[in-house]
Design a protein around this ligand. Structure first.
Ligand code: FAD
Ligand code: NAI
Length: 328
């Protein structure tokens, strides 16, 4: 058996790299600090059914991603979501239909990464704190003080602020990751006993605390006895209210929702708030992936490209490509 490659992070970027390496006959070992895969492509199981609190949907523009999404659709992992779209600004609420194809994981966002992970070996609830190289091989150290290895190469597939510390063996990579600013987002989910009297299913919001509103239950395969909604605060509001307690965040975003939705809003029978500290890179990059091929250290993630689901997948693929290229 060849010496395995370590991949830190089981979001879409890490799993895209893992799949490409596995398909090329390499052995991989994945690690994630969370209890499950998905990262920001996350769904929360709750009393109101499963709720997509992170990525809401994704588009496919790159030919390679278009092809892979078609395969995912054929396997039943994703489905098209064709919401009644609106936009809301200082002039109020207006329908905003378009022709864009939008995809969601089915029956929840995290279905995609769960399917991609399949039977690949993974350690969950394992936060890697150190990545270091001996004479020939790499060793990882986790937050419990346990070491893992030896590995022939390491791919760091975490958000940039968490990647920079893990890349210290390659200072150029570490400083590129450290230069990326990632913006926070407060997400709130609400559930109503009676369906709200609106046909709105998705809304781009400009101005005020909100940035995006979605009727979670309108996505394919989501079953809930409640009319469930997900609200995302804008980056600037989230930054300004980073340490507000969850109850206050729910109250403020519920208030902004009531103001924009244009129909009576009863008190929700279900609510929760989630803070994403590193939701999106402040700007896009064209790095593809970061690599020190001689050392065998790589980094990938949405922040190396467009800051979107598609960018995460393409970046993982690029990290795998560069690693395989070096082995030839
Ligand atoms: P992540 O998904 O962040 O994966 C990184 C993984 O690394 C995580 O699982 C984490 O637990 C793990 N990790 C971190 N540090 C460590 C460590 N030290 N040790 C072990 N594991 C570690 N994109 C779209 O295209 N459309 C959208 O509508 C959209 N909406 C969004 C809304 C929100 C609120 C957020 C937060 C993001 C949204 N995005 C959207 C962006 C999209 O979710 C991301 O681009 C994509 O999921 C990033 O994937 P990734 O693999 O690069 O990173
Ligand atoms: P997209 O093409 O649907 O959206 C891109 C942007 O175009 C939207 O943000 C919106 O401003 C505008 N837009 C698109 N359709 C519109 C319509 N019908 N009416 C009015 N405005 C419209 O999808 P893309 O490019 O794949 O981006 C995905 C989504 O992910 C975007 O909404 C983006 O803002 C969001 N995102 C959110 C993050 C977060 O942390 N909240 C992180 C990364 C992406």
């Amino acid at each position: 058996m060849n010496t395995p490659i370590a991949i830190i992070g089981t979001g879409l970027a890490g799993l895209s790299a893992a799949q490409a390496l596995h398909a090329a006959g390499q052995t991989v070992q994945l690690f994630d600090k969370s209890r499950g895969s998905g990262g920001r492509l996350a769904s929360k199981r709750s009393d109101a059914g499963s709720l997509d609190l992170g990525a809401q949907y994704f588009t496919a523009r790159d030919r390679r991603f278009v092809e892979v999404v078609q395969q995912w659709q054929a396997r039943g992992w994703v489905a098209e979501w064709d919401p009644q779209l609106y936009h809301y600004n200082e002039n109020g609420l207006s329908p905003s239909p378009d022709e864009q194809v939008r995809w969601v994981g089915q029956p929840r966002m995290s279905a995609i990464t769960r399917a991609l992970l399949g039977a690949l070996p993974v350690h969950f609830s394992c936060r890697i704190t150190e990545v270091f190289r001996g004479e020939q091989h790499w060793t990882l150290l986790d937050a419990e003080g346990q070491s893992h290895g030896p590995f022939s190469s390491v791919i760091v597939a975490t958000p940039a602020p968490q990647a920079s510390g893990l890349l210290s063996a390659a200072p150029k990579l570490a400083s590129a990751a450290a230069s990326v600013i990632m913006e926070p987002v407060w997400a709130v989910a609400l559930g109503f006993e009676t369906a709200l009297a609106t046909d709105l299913e998705g809304c781009f919001v400009r101005g005020g605390p909100l940035d995006w509103v979605a009727r979670n239950r309108s996505k394919p395969g989501r079953d809930s006895h409640l009319d469930t909604w997900v609200l995302h605060a804008s980056n600037s509001w989230s930054r300004q209210h980073l340490d507000l307690d969850k109850e206050a965040v729910i109250e403020r975003l519920h208030g902004a929702f009531a103001e924009m939705i244009g129909c009576p809003l009863p008190p929700p029978s279900f609510s929760l708030a989630h803070r994403w500290l590193y939701a999106r890179p402040a700007s896009a990059h064209e790095w593809g992936a970061l690599a020190d091929a001689d050392l065998g250290l790589y980094a990938c993630g949405d922040w190396c490209l467009s800051g979107r689901v598609e960018g995460a997948w393409l970046s993982g693929l690029e990290a795998a490509r560069r690693l395989l290229e070096h082995r030839q």
